[in-house]
Design a binder for this molecule. Sequence first.
Ligand code: SP5
Ligand code: ZN
Length: 322
Amino acid sequence: MKVIYTKNHLKHNPTYEIYDGIKESYAEKPGRLLSIVNSLEQAGGYIFVAPRKFPNKCISALHKDVYIDFLKDRSASLKKDGVLYPSYFLRDTYAPVVKGTYDAAVTSVNVALTGAEIIVNKREKIVYALCRPPGHHAECNAMSGYCYFNNAAIAANYLSSRGKVVILDVDFHHGNGTQAMFYERDDVFYISIHADPEVKFPYISGFANEKGKGAGLGFNKNYPLPLGTTNQVYLRILKKAILHVHIFKPTFLVVSLGFDTYEKDPIGGFTLTIPFYKKMAEEIAQIGLPTLIVQEGGYNVDDLGKMAVSFLSGFTGFSNFQ
Ligand code: SP5
Ligand code: ZN
């Protein structure tokens, strides 16, 4: 299996986030991807591919130019250890801008697009885009929740010129950015399973009654779940979500993959176990579509590698995914 990866994400390394006025260690650490890469190398059978550069128009198709320019200019103007916290385009205290942020965020988009391109060219049926920073909270003009550009949404939009796309978001948090970007579209169906936004970030969206608007009505589906959700309950909901994927008859599947559903995640609140990620992937593999996996959250740095190996092993049993 091909894994799109580059070390360029190391440039984005804020030291703290702010919660209720208190500075805390930044959860979205570079070590997250290092843990995953390390475990994939040890497991063997993964081919690491560097991203190529895509034109800016791929990003500006979904993000406003003023927003892109703001992130670019502010990243560039910061001093070596400088950091920028909420202002007009920074919605919350979880997406600070440091000097390397713009560059790392653009590269993260290119990681997702490189994966999408390989799938379009039919060279592979499944590709793992090891993105960092993550993307699903980023909106057209707002950075939020460790996210700057919406990698999965940009890749899905790229794929959508070749066929209908489902984005299945299994991160612990609702992908408010991805939902907003496709809310009025009928060619990209956003389906998300996540913690109830009444009690967990992003609070502003992810409710079951958000079903899309205009042409997009019926093409947005949210499954908010209570804290403490188990493997068994999760699997039942995942199967329901997958039924909707089939009904839509898409050409491509994009999975926004978060490992913050893990029982020992420091900011999550579900109780999924490491072996369960294989089961989850087997269900997704059975859909049988060309699939781009885009890394989103997951913050237990020590165990992330194990989760990734478990998840990806769920695809290897299916001959059409070799
Ligand atoms: C991509 C992704 O998973 N983003 C998640 C953003 C979640 N931000 C909220 C985290 C708040 C954690 N701090 C609470 C600690 C209380 N002591
Ligand atoms: Zn998350």
